[in-house]
Design a protein around this ligand. Sequence first.
Ligand code: 5GP
Ligand code: MG
Length: 172
Amino acid sequence: MRRLIEAAEIQQRVTELGRQITADYRGRPLTVIGVLTGSLVLVSDLIRTIELPVRVGMIRASSYAGRTTTGNAVSIDLNLLPDVRARDVLIVDDVFDSGRTLTALVERLQTCDAASVRTAVLLWKERPRETEWTPDYFGFRIPDVFVVGYGLDYNDEHRSLPYVAALDPVEL
Ligand code: 5GP
Ligand code: MG
């Protein structure tokens, strides 16, 4: 395992994001929607740096690889979603990889009559996107490697690490 981002760097960057979000929404109440399970740690740190009235909800999304490379679908479970009508919504995920998950979530949330829908991720991978969307807020650009820690798991392990590390292909 190779450490990419230390815990202190993450805390500093998350605090900056919280300040930026606080300034951008100018006192308007915000609904933070975390994408389970990888965003748990970021959501809990981020909401404590946002100085706005914040409501928190969770959502589950899983992408299923189809038979063709273009046929991948994202299944979305809205059971834990609070009422977002007329609310400013910030969807928070761990990592923006191909972008498929966040694109599907933004499109779905936009059908729920939210006042606005934006996205925040801890990590944004440097690889070709499969969508026009980019995250509105991001913590760090990282190379196209598989990472764990700070919420991100590999086979349910390493989620609770306070830093982000890359797993070598031989470890996968
Ligand atoms: P996308 O739809 O952007 O391709 O993928 C986003 C989702 O894939 C993330 O929410 C996360 O669950 C998973 N994912 C993508 N890259 C990584 C990674 O490097 N490590 C882990 N643990 N999950 C990842
Ligand atoms: Mg995820």
